[in-house]
Design a protein around this ligand. Sequence first.
Ligand code: PEP
Length: 259
Amino acid sequence: MSKYIRKYLIAGNWKMNLNAAEGADLAKEVAGLVGHQTLVGVTVCPAFTSLEAVAKVVEGTNVSLGAQNMHAKASGAYTGEVSAEMLRHLFCSFVILGHSERREYFKETDAEVNEKLLTALDGNLKPILCVGETLEQRESGAMLEVIKQQVEGGLAGVSKDKLENVVIAYEPVWAIGTGKTATPEMAQEVHAAIRKLLTGLYDEGAAARVRILYGGSMKPENAPELLAQTDIDGGLIGGASLKASAFADIVGAAVKLAS
Ligand code: PEP
């Protein structure tokens, strides 16, 4: 099945950077550069505090909005947390879940990520489920088992008809923010393994519709080759998403491949 049944998605993870005014400025630049094309999906994921300002800027453009996290419960006594409904209210379409920084610093487990993912889908948010191995896990040969556990754990209870609203991001932990990128072949190997896993869990048709993004020091220089791989359907971009021109160049690489 051709990869072009899937629309490329380039998502920017701004992490804990930029206040609301700075976020709006960056979003303005991004929307100006790539907000008019429709071949490739583009989304930016600012901090919660910038969502409203960025939503106003990207309204009416082809740049959509995502959050970086959410709570699994709908409402209640969870001081400091934000619900799926609150994110929808601010026009979020996506939510990043299970990012390795949340797994590492906030000890998020697959079960917690799964609970959030099910809530996100119920709330009409498209989850971007992050999975990836550490260097130690890769070197010990446990990589595919780790990925399997994270994919199966994260997707538990997701029905076949909801699967296409899930985006998976393969982000080798050793490549995040380090400047070290998986080679296109290394990334493709894991992406293909994830798609095979999805085929086993669902079926070939359902697996073929899921977008699997690569994340880990993706930049304009390496994006064309990574995005050309059969099972790489976009990128989750950290550092390079904070520079409008670099982010736009990555989108441009995807547009070229999709044209
Ligand atoms: C990320 O944290 O999702 C990421 C891919 O970061 P970077 O692009 O900076 O490696």
